[in-house]
Design a protein around this ligand. Structure first.
Ligand code: AHR
Length: 643
């Protein structure tokens, strides 16, 4: 895009507008096609994105593996007249995948004074009215115990039982029990826990314990409905997973272990993640793929490429071969026919149909690999994957990697900048991009309010978990810049996507969507992205502007002829913009205007989820030359109908 420098003389434009600042959209030509996959999502296990977030499991430390020494997040429930103890029992594991269990020894209990164990979930068990929860647990009893277990969702103080069910028939061997817990017309609360109680003395062992509320599309082992609805509302065309740093792990042994994330949840040991807590791996490879399917988004699969965060790496060559093979197996799991080994495994896991896959990313942020081993590793993965799947487009996670004969199809360029920095650099963004070079994927980006706050450091976590309107302005100008360059920038996605807002849950800020156990909300940035991603044309129209700090982009929907103009006003004053559309004889006089406007420090939160949201209005008197006044500090989408 070319910015015309500001000049003070009033001019009369072709459409008769006498104007100082001029904003022109040239609809006589297009500078390129907008990629249909421009807007998508990036995700990883960070900030309790899955465990305690999108993944609807309510029991924290369900397999008792979060800590090797004690059953963290589990506690004894008893009163003055009952007694019990709990301990990890690795000598009596549930199976060879989950190498421990919980021993619950109730030494004193009666009907009126039961004793047992409780789990308070991820910052509370959410109790919703008239809701059915699916509880399952593995249990076995010592011979001396022939009683039953009462499982319930109860208040933290134990005074209110919201739902309960009895489990009987425990034996000396492991057995799986499943019950439905149904709440009545209760007031929603998260001051609740899940309890397993005995009303007589006895010793039982518990294997994997699980509790699910209703899930998106009722999928077993599924996703939280409110967060999914918010994601679907972003109209994402792809999902980049499983990371991010989460793909790499701190050490090679802690990379995303996709093979161990398959099958029944009692076969998934989970793994330590780089973000400081253990992942249950309930969100396994198939769940990621079904998540894509449910959003009608395509997977952008990142495969582990032999480099981990603390600097361990595998040199290209023989040693790296098993890792390249692992990536091929993973691709086969995603795309293979059921007569292939991994395609058959996918069918066994419940999804015979292969998934569509176009893009595979080799590693994550391998530009940080100080050993400079990525060129060799990229080449080896490139050759292995292209030999078997020539149609796949391979993304280099180091945008600057150069390997003779192994040009990446696409490069992933991350950009976390302060809002002011985005405002400064966005007006001329893309001018130096090599149109002959690989396509560009901005696989992680976000405007931060303050350049000096390091997002991964505890100091920044004192700030609210999700961004303010100031950041949304930075996001807006950057998205406009990317859309103007959508001929070469084929995909982009904000990061991180999700954050559990409870103290201690987060490792990064800002994040797009916040939630606690009961509800979720979108930040102003969420709404800015939604306004952009739900209003995309397919032809890029050149825009020029002068005498204004408003930044913009314009596209046309070639099917309907609609011209979509996106404008971002970073000023604290309204901006009157003479808008001229060249090459369009008439416009319908009424246009749709979607506006997000607030003070820089305004934001949304659990308590005020809709403090800053877009407002849709109708504008009259629209013609190929008209004056549009933007509110202060605003992101605006103008939808102009030409037919
Ligand atoms: O988005 C948070 C982290 O930022 C990602 O895990 C990593 O890829 C980047 O450095």
């Amino acid at each position: 895009m070319r910015s015309i420098s500001s000049f003070a003389i009033l001019i009369t434009t072709a459409t008769g507008l006498a104007a100082g600042p001029v904003f022109t959209i040239d609809a006589t030509r297009s500078t390129g096609k907008v990629s249909p996959k421009l807007y998508g999502l990036m995700t990883e296990e960070i900030n309790h994105s899955y465990d305690g977030g999108l993944y609807a499991e309510l029991i924290r430390n369900r397999a008792f593996l979060d800590d090797a020494k004690s059953p963290v997040n589990w506690s004894v429930v008893k009163d003055d007249a009952s007694a019990a103890t709990i301990a990890l029992d690795p000598a009596n594991p549930l199976n060879d995948k989950l190498p421990t269990s919980l021993r619950l020894a109730v030494t004193q209990a009666t009907k009126n004074h039961p004793a047992g164990v409780a789990n308070s979930g991820f910052w509370g068990i959410p109790v919703h009215p008239k809701t059915e929860y699916h509880a399952s647990l593995w249990a076995r009893a010592e011979a001396s115990f022939s009683g039953s277990l009462t499982v319930s969702i109860m208040s933290d103080d134990g005074r209110t039982v919201y739902a309960s069910a009895i489990i009987s028939g425990l034996t000396a061997g492991w057995k799986k029990f499943e019950v439905t817990l149904k709440t009545g017309n209760v007031t929603p609360t998260a001051q609740a826990r899940f309890a397993i109680m005995l009303d007589q003395p006895g010793t039982v062992r518990l294997g994997l314990v699980s509790l699910f509320p209703p899930t998106w599309k009722d999928r077993p082992n599924g996703l939280r409905k409110d967060i999914m609805q918010m994601l679907v509302n972003l109209n994402p065309q792809f999902l980049r997973f499983p990371g991010g740093n989460y793909l790499e792990g701190n050490r090679i042994s802690e990379r995303f272990p996709w093979t161990k994330t398959l099958g029944p949840i009692e076969d998934r040991p989970g793994h330590p993640s780089n973000w400081g807590y253990r992942s249950s791996d309930g969100m396994g490879l198939l769940e990621f793929l079904e998540w894509c399917e449910d959003m009608k988004a395509e997977p952008v699969l990142a495969v582990y490429a032999g480099y981990s965060l603390e600097g361990d790496y595998i040199k290209a060559g023989l040693e790296l071969e098993p890792f390249a093979q692992d990536a091929l197996d993973e691709i086969e799991y995603v795309t293979g026919d059921t007569n292939t080994t991994w395609g058959a495994r996918r069918a066994e896991d419940g999804h015979p149909a292969p998934f569509n896959l176009t893009y595979v990313e080799i590693g994550n942020e391998d530009g940080f690999d100080k050993s400079k081993s990525y060129a060799g590793r990229f080449a080896q993965f490139h050759d292995a994957i292209k030999a078997k799947h020539p149609q796949l487009k391979l993304i280099s996670s180091d945008p600057w990697v150069q390997v003779e004969g192994h040009k990446p199809d696409m490069v992933d360029m991350h950009d976390y900048s302060a809002a002011d920095e985005f405002i400064k650099k966005s007006s001329n963004y893309g001018a130096d991009m090599n149109r002959q070079g690989p396509e560009i994927f901005v696989g992680e980006w976000a405007a931060h309010e303050d350049a000096s706050a390091r997002p991964w450091e505890a100091a920044s976590w004192k700030l609210p978990p999700t961004p303010t309107m100031k950041a949304a302005i930075g996001d807006g100008v950057f998205m406009a810049a990317m859309e103007r360059n959508a001929d070469i920038i084929k995909m982009h996605c904000y990061a991180p996507l999700l954050v559990n807002v409870n103290p201690g849950a987060r490792q990064w800020r800002p994040n797009l969507i916040g939630y606690d156990a009961l509800s979720a909300y979108g930040s102003p940035s969420y709404y800015a992205i939604q306004m952009f991603s739900r209003n995309v044309g397919d032809e890029i129209l050149p825009v020029t502007f002068s005498g204004t700090s408003v930044q913009s982009c314009a596209t046309r929907d070639s099917h309907t002829g609609e011209i979509i103009v996106k404008l971002v006003n970073p000023e604290m004053t309204p901006q009157s913009l003479p808008i001229e559309i060249m090459g369009v004889p008439t416009l319908k006089s009424k246009a749709t205007v979607i506006t997000l406007s607030a003070s820089p420090e305004d934001t949304n939160s659990i308590r005020r989820p809709r403090n800053v949201v877009p407002v849709t209005t109708t504008l009259s008197g629209v013609k190929p030359g008209f004056i549009f006044t933007m509110p202060p500090y605003s992101v605006v989408v103008l939808k102009l109908e030409t037919r």
